[in-house]
Design a protein around this ligand. Structure first.
Ligand code: AMP
Length: 138
């Protein structure tokens, strides 16, 4: 666990999240500033700042969970498309220095940009979607 890492605090249960899936190595929870409804983050439990430092095991476990969650998001929301996205460094708009993958549902012609502004979502809607997606994880 890294001091002052918000995602480490979520792993430790020190701050809450809308969890959709967890296993021994990873945790998946709703992004509270969703680009679109159903935007989920997948993280390894262990702290690594970025793709350059994450272990082979942790990135493999994160990718496995991301695909599992992506299937659940697709089953729940039937988006037009989906990005699995991972950011490293300031220019790439990485804002949390704990390796993570975005599972990002897309709408046709939504013009979503790679560096999107963080805008808080509706927490009731996010919570309700987290339950629906969690139920759809196989
Ligand atoms: P990145 O820009 O790739 O570092 O993405 C970090 C993401 O973490 C952003 O999309 C934020 O909205 C999201 N985020 C930050 N804090 C929290 C939190 N406490 N719970 C859920 N998502 C968060």
């Amino acid at each position: 666990m890294a001091a002052d890492c918000i995602f480490c605090k979520i792993v430790a249960g020190e701050i809450p999240c809308f969890k959709v899936f967890e296993d021994e190595d990873t945790l998946a929870f709703m992004d509270i500033n969703p680009v679109h409804p159903g935007h989920v983050l997948v993280i390894p439990r262990e702290h690594y700042p970025n793709v350059f430092e994450v272990s082979d095991e942790a990135i493999a476990a994160t990718a496995r969970t991301a695909r599992r969650v992506a299937r659940a998001v697709r089953a729940t929301l039937q988006p037009d498309g989906m990005n699995l996205l991972q950011c490293n460094g300031e220019a790439a708009a990485q804002s949390v220095l704990h390796f993570h993958m975005h599972v990002l549902p897309r709408a046709m012609n939504d013009r979503a940009a790679l560096n999107w502004p963080l805008k808080p979502g509706n927490m009731d809607e996010i919570q309700s979607l987290s339950k629906r997606i969690a139920r759809a994880v196989e």
